[in-house]
Design a protein around this ligand. Structure first.
Ligand SMILES: [Zn+2]
Length: 304
């Protein structure tokens, strides 16, 4: 699951039970409930395919990913890059639960990161441009996002492998997989915010990723995202066939809005203040799922 870009049918919403006294933080309540609903549907629809894709094969894929990283990227250690190593480990510590995985960097001017995961085993890869240009809090958001894919076990449905498996899945199932894949980005962003602790830093990281621009004032970024989200909403209401413009309108404004709406609750969970509101989250999730559903109704191809 890349950090850069990355989604809805009418389904019931539910949020898992919440634990307020968290020692090892219970992340599950942060999962976008629309994602949970899609997992339920996909688990049934993909059962025959998943039983064919045995776990040994999945493990081999992880090993191949690690081999590729060890051969073509550089592992970040405390000795090599102490600050970055500390920032990454502060994210692992925030999430707790004995999470441990290596961090690698690869030369690239593209703002992107990714994670190779099999269950709770993982390696994180970050592009060098992010290390050069992002603030420590921005990096915490990116690392947290990637670790979010791990803690929520988003490797459970390897989308590319499933779709390239010529045994195949129906067009409807493929469509659900793409929607789920987009929804996972909303869930992962919440863990990113949990790790960085500041909405402005998270927004700035999303802004830098989508625009390639640095050094813009936070207030301007927030205003820009809010306006763009409003325009997106208005477009969805007014245009029947949005197929032509959606590819040039990435999910970023929706991801920002989802974060902004959930920010207070996420930060309450981070501070373990007991202010985490299950009700508030249900409301947020319904609002974001509704806009994703509206995109679906209008015939948006999720994989553009
Ligand atoms: Zn992602």
């Amino acid at each position: 699951m890349g950090f850069g870009i990355s989604g809805s049918s009418r389904i019931t919403y539910h949020v898992s039970r919440i634990t307020y006294h968290v020692i090892t933080m219970d992340i599950e309540p942060l999962r976008f409930s629309y994602e949970s609903s899609l997992i339920g549907v996909l688990t049934v629809q993909l059962a025959p395919v998943m039983s064919q894709m045995d776990s040994a094969r999945a493990k081999n894929l992880l090993n191949a990913g690690r081999k590729e990283l060890l051969g073509n990227a550089v592992r970040i250690t405390a000795d090599l890059l102490p600050e970055i190593h500390d920032i990454y480990h502060s994210c692992l510590d925030t999430l707790g639960g004995g999470l441990s995985g290596d961090l690698f960097v690869r030369q690239s001017k593209e703002y992107n990161a990714g994670v190779f995961a099999q269950g709770k085993k993982f390696d994180v890869l970050i592009h060098s441009a992010l290390l050069n240009d992002f603030t420590p809090d921005g990096l915490r958001f990116v690392f947290g996002h990637e670790l979010g894919h791990v803690v929520f076990e988003h490797s459970r449905f390897p989308v590319r492998d499933i779709l390239s498996n010529s045994g195949g899945v129906s067009a409807d199932t493929a469509d659900l997989l793409f929607r789920w894949s987009r929804a996972t980005e909303v869930s992962a962003d919440r863990v990113g915010l949990l790790c960085c602790g500041k909405l402005t830093s998270a927004a700035k990281a999303l802004f830098q990723t989508s625009s390639g621009l640095s050094g813009i004032d936070s207030d301007r970024i927030l205003r820009s995202f809010r306006r763009q989200y409003e325009e997106l909403e208005a477009q969805i209401r007014s245009v029947k066939d949005t197929r032509s413009w959606i590819c040039s309108h990435p999910m970023i404004p929706i991801r920002f809005k989802a974060l902004e709406l959930a920010a207070l609750d996420i930060l309450a969970l981070r501070q373990q203040s007991g202010g985490f509101s299950r009700k508030g989250f249900q409301h947020v999730d319904q609002q974001i799922a509704a806009i994703l559903e509206a995109l679906d109704v209008n015939g948006i191809p999720w994989a553009c």
